[in-house]
Ligand binder design. Structure first.
Ligand SMILES: C[S@@+](CC[C@H](N)C(=O)[O-])C[C@H]1O[C@@H](n2cnc3c(N)ncnc32)[C@H](O)[C@@H]1O
Length: 251
C-alpha cells in the first residue's frame, strides 16, 4: 500500500469556504492530523482516525504525519486558512528536509485554502487592491527586533499591511508596540480593519481610524489590515463603510 501526505487549508471558518479539492482529500483520508480546533472542524466518520494535538508541537505533528504516510496511510494535515501561510506546510517541509530519505520520496501535496487576510479584505471591500504585505506579529518563532524592522520598512514602502497573530494573552505588548510605531510613523487617520472570526457566527468587522486604534481591539481570532496612505473609505448611510485601495498610484 502506498501512503500519501496532503496538507490542506480549511479556509477561515465557514464550510462554504472549503474548496472542493480539500473536501475530496478529507473524504479519502485514513488519518487526520492537526491543531485541536482545526481537527474538530472535520466531521468524524468510520475509517477516519483523528490525531488532534496542541498548538506548540508543529514539528512533532509533522513528523508523526510523515511516519504514518510512509507506513502506507493516507494522511491529511489540516491548517486553518491556507496551509502555506504561517501554518503547517512549512513545518512539514522542515521535517522532510531534516528527516529520513524515504520521507522525501513520499507523495506530498499542498492544497490551498482561503487565508484570513483575503476573507477579511473581501468583507471590508478591497483594502489589498494594490501592493501589500503580510506580517506575523508573534515573536514565538522570530525575534521582536526583526518584526519591528519589517514593520518600519513596510511603512516606508507604503504597503497596505495585514497582521496575523496580533495579540495573545501571553504577549499583549507586541500589538501595542506595533500600533505605537504605526501611529508615530504614519501620522494620519488611515483606515484600520479589525476583522475577528471572519466567516464564523462570531464574526465582527470594525473599521477604525489609525489615530483611534487601541491594542484591546485585537485578539488571536483577529486579522488586522492597515491601509496604505492612499487607501480610501466610502461612508454609507446606515450601511457598513467600504474600504478600498485604488488600482493605481499617480506618478
Ligand atoms: C497561525 S495563523 C494561521 C493563519 C492561517 N493559515 C490562514 O491562512 O489564515 C492564525 C492567525 O490567523 C488569523 N485568522 C485565522 N482565521 C481567522 C478568521 N476566521 N478571522 C480572522 N482572523 C483569522 C488570526 O490573526 C490568527 O491569529
Amino acid at each position: 500500500m502506498t501512503g500519501s501526505l496532503t496538507i490542506a487549508g480549511l479556509g477561515p471558518g465557514a464550510d462554504t469556504l472549503v474548496t472542493h479539492e480539500v473536501e475530496a482529500a478529507l473524504a479519502d483520508a485514513t488519518d487526520l492530523v492537526g491543531y485541536i480546533p482545526y481537527v474538530a472542524r472535520v466531521a468524524e466518520r468510520p475509517g477516519l482516525t483523528l490525531h488532534p494535538s496542541d498548538n506548540r508541537v508543529e514539528l512533532d505533528r509533522a513528523r508523526h504525519a510523515l511516519e504514518m504516510a510512509v507506513a502506507g496511510r493516507k494522511v491529511v494535515v489540516v491548517s486553518s486558512g491556507d496551509p502555506g501561510v504561517f501554518a503547517m506546510a512549512s513545518a512539514v517541509f522542515e521535517a522532510v528536509e531534516d528527516g529520513p530519505e524515504d520521507w522525501c520520496d513520499l507523495d506530498i501535496r499542498v492544497l490551498p485554502g482561503i487565508t484570513a487576510m483575503l476573507a477579511a479584505a473581501a468583507r471590508a471591500g478591497a483594502p489589498l487592491g494594490h501592493d501589500f504585505c503580510a506580517i506575523n506579529l508573534s515573536d514565538n518563532l522570530k525575534p521582536w527586533a526583526l518584526i519591528e524592522k519589517r514593520l518600519r520598512l513596510a511603512v516606508e514602502a507604503d504597503f497596505a499591511m495585514a497582521f496575523y497573530n496580533p495579540r495573545s494573552k501571553s504577549r499583549p505588548e507586541g500589538f501595542a508596540k506595533t500600533l505605537k510605531v504605526l501611529q508615530e510613523s504614519c501620522g494620519d487617520a488611515r483606515p484600520v480593519i479589525f476583522a475577528r472570526a471572519v466567516s464564523t457566527p462570531e464574526e465582527e468587522i470594525r473599521v477604525v481610524p489609525l489615530t483611534q486604534c487601541q491594542p484591546e481591539m485585537a485578539d488571536m481570532r483577529t486579522v488586522v489590515i492597515v491601509g496604505a496612505s492612499n487607501t480610501r473609505v466610502i461612508a454609507r448611510e446606515g450601511r457598513a463603510s467600504i474600504v478600498y485601495t485604488p488600482r493605481s498610484v499617480p506618478a
